[in-house]
Design a protein around this ligand. Structure first.
Ligand code: F6R
Length: 247
């Protein structure tokens, strides 16, 4: 996997924002939609700030952009501040001209018996729109991408999953303690992610050990991000600290 190393998360984020902006404009010129796969968490916050800046200062329009978020806690109301629905609106969607009907996020409010259908529809919609042009990813310390925890099948699709305790621990910073973190989530699958035409994974700071395993280790379902070695257009964008275990 090619790795681009930047001196700071801000610089790496600016690079990723430019990649997205270029793709959006290329698609605009061809009068085509641009289908983006998006991540949440602490990693892409600066990237979204950059995109908002490009919209406000350089007139980058999101009118032709269709988004699919990777994941959402289950169950959790949209309006909860910890929901990824809230996160995306707070950091990006409320500040750009994307059409609300073009925003897709797994639904944390759905009835449990409707989840299977909901997940199938999510997959079908991505396919009907011609697939994801560019997928943005973060990486968990255990190697998860989306909420595909270690052991997730390379063939997995959008589905309900159980979060690892380490993930609930890491994400408890957003909740009042680990007991408040939902045990379940809806996530795109590994196969959903692999079908994206282009993938950019961002990693900053203390992610060095897992970045090294994903890039240089064996391809294994025990390190979901290592499966990205099998994608033909995947780039890791990291800062110097996250690159520090690479040989
Ligand atoms: C979130 C997601 C997760 C995060 C990962 C890293 O949508 O897909 O895989 O990217 O848990 O989280 P942060 O960025 O908070 O370290």
């Amino acid at each position: 996997i090619p790795v681009k190393i930047f001196t700071s998360p801000a610089k790496g984020s600016a690079f990723a924002a430019q990649e997205i902006a270029t793709l959006i404009k290329d698609k605009q010129a061809k009068k085509e939609d641009c289908v983006l796969g998006l991540a949440t968490g602490s990693t892409p916050i600066h990237l979204y700030a950059e995109l908002v800046k490009l919209h406000k200062e350089e007139g980058l329009s999101f009118k032709n952009v269709i988004t699919f978020n990777l994941d959402e806690y289950f169950p959790l109301e949209h309006e909860a501040i910890q929901s990824y629905w809230s996160f995306m609106h707070r950091h990006l969607f409320n500040h750009v001209d994307i059409l609300p009907t073009n925003i897709h996020i797994p639904n944390g409010e759905i009835a449990k018996e409707d989840i299977k259908k909901h997940c199938q529809k999510y997959e079908q919609l991505i396919e009907a729109l011609g697939g994801i042009d560019l997928q943005i990813l973060g990486i968990g310390n255990n190697g998860h991408i989306g909420f595909n925890e270690p052991g997730s099948s390379i063939f997995s699709k959008t589905r309900l999953v159980t979060l690892d305790n380490s993930t609930r621990m890491a994400n408890s910073r957003d909740f009042q303690g680990i007991s408040q973190v939902p045990r379940l989530a809806i996530t795109m699958g590994i196969s959903t992610i692999l079908k994206a035409k282009k993938v950019i994974l961002l990693a900053w700071g203390n992610k060095a050990p897992i970045v090294a395993k994903a890039v240089e280790g064996h391809v294994t379902e025990q390190i979901p991000a290592s499966i990205l070695q099998q994608h033909n257009d995947c780039l890791f964008v990291v800062d110097e600290m996250a690159a520090s275990d690479l040989t």
